[in-house]
Design a binder for this molecule. Structure first.
Ligand SMILES: *Cc1c(COP(=O)(O)O)cnc(C)c1O
Length: 370
């Protein structure tokens, strides 16, 4: 059993992120032996009937949670979101004359653009870099190419703490979206997308597995037998995500997380409400004390998952991080590319942890100004 004052409870890391306590407890047991199997999860065959059932239940849970129609495929791949940065353009951009539309809204979309540019023509229809990635574009600022093979964007920029609170693009152009850091955190509609990918280690489990959701219509446009089997969506679908040895432990963890979401939380609408309340409480503290804590993102584009802010000086930020660590909080340092402070409020992080952080921050401010 985990200790009652389990330090995992105050893990605000940007990724790998906090996981629900009940999931960690089940994993602890599964390392010894999975109850239904009698063997350690680390030694269960990926060709066993038990693991085939894990994959199909996980697929069903994700379909149910997202409300996905029948014409979508659900895959569990390896290589992280980074592999999807390449795998999607290898499949749908290579050899094309017309450019795909990409939005550059932060650190991760910039990485996606670099990888896609190797594969085919693309057009960056929004450059957020000049503004320091402090806000997202408004609809009037976006002119989509009606002939683009697809539109790619990142729903939540994990590093800068920017999140789209609406779906962008046109219904007649396939939307491809990296949802790595806000997947399963709120409701859809998800059938507006043709491809969704999200690696596990932000909201769903440990690194090693990436959830990929593909609309059948887009799949039909994917060439066959041109790419290595591992990078071929058709072959991965035909193999039911078990083309080679899959990350059994990571996939099992994501299954436990989807059960937790369904049975303990009550689905995505309930999760969204909890997440919105957590974020609102922390942003309220920042806004109430904006003489001391300086929020990074424009108000309308603030992320519910990653709350990014600065203090007046690097020195004060260092003092903040040291005091936070001494008080039992971890993972609050900003991403190495921009520094500052980042509190990640993923699904597994409880409201009580946010309230404790808020108390600590109010107190730290008082002590610093005294
Ligand atoms: C963390 C992150 C990535 C990187 O994913 P890897 O699994 O490390 O390749 C990509 N996109 C977003 C939005 C992320 O938050």
């Amino acid at each position: 059993m985990l200790p009652p004052n389990d330090p995992n409870r105050h893990n605000f890391s940007g990724g790998p992120g906090a996981l629900p306590r009940s999931v960690l407890e089940q994993l602890q047991e599964a390392i010894g032996a999975v109850p239904e199997v009698g063997l350690s999860i680390l030694g269960v065959s990926h060709r066993s009937d038990w693991f085939a059932a894990v994959v199909s239940e996980l697929e069903a849970n994700i379909r149910q949670l997202l409300g996905l129609p029948e014409n979508y495929h659900v895959l569990f791949l390896q290589g992280g979101a980074t592999q999807q940065f390449s795998m999607a353009p290898m499949t749908w951009l290579r050899g094309k004359k017309e450019a795909a539309d990409y939005l550059q809204t932060g650190y991760w979309s910039s990485k996606a653009i670099t990888e896609a540019a190797r594969e085919g023509p693309l057009r960056v229809l929004w450059h957020g870099e000049a503004g320091g990635f402090r806000r997202l574009p408004q609809d009037e600022e976006l002119e989509f190419n009606p002939a683009a093979p697809y539109l790619h964007y990142v729903s939540n920029e994990t590093v800068e703490g920017l999140q789209f609170h609406r779906i962008i693009g046109r219904d007649d152009i396939p939307r491809i979206c990296d949802m790595s850091s806000d997947f399963l955190s709120a409701t859809g509609p998800f059938d507006k997308f043709s491809l969704i990918y999200a690696h596990a280690q932000k909201n769903l489990g440990p690194a090693g597995v990436t959830v990929v959701i593909i609309k059948d219509q887009l799949l039909q446009d994917a060439p066959r037998d041109r790419l290595p089997a591992f990078l071929d969506y058709h072959q991965q679908i035909a193999a039911h995500s078990i083309l080679n040895t899959p990350p059994v432990f990571a996939i099992y963890t994501v299954l436990l997380v989807t059960r937790w979401l369904r049975d303990e939380i009550g689905g995505l609408a309930a999760m969204a409400e909890i997440n919105a309340a957590k974020a609102a409480a922390l942003y309220r503290l920042l806004d109430d004390h904006d003489d001391f804590y300086i929020p990074r993102a424009a108000k309308a584009d603030r992320s519910t998952m990653n709350v990014v802010f600065n203090l007046q000086s690097r020195q004060r930020e260092q003092a903040f991080l040291a005091a936070a660590e001494a008080a039992g909080f971890s993972g609050l340092g900003g991403h190495r590319s921009i520094g500052g402070i980042r509190a990640s409020l993923y699904n597994g992080l409880e409201r009580a942890a946010v309230d404790n952080l808020i108390d600590f921050m109010a107190d730290f401010r008082r002590r610093s100004l005294a």
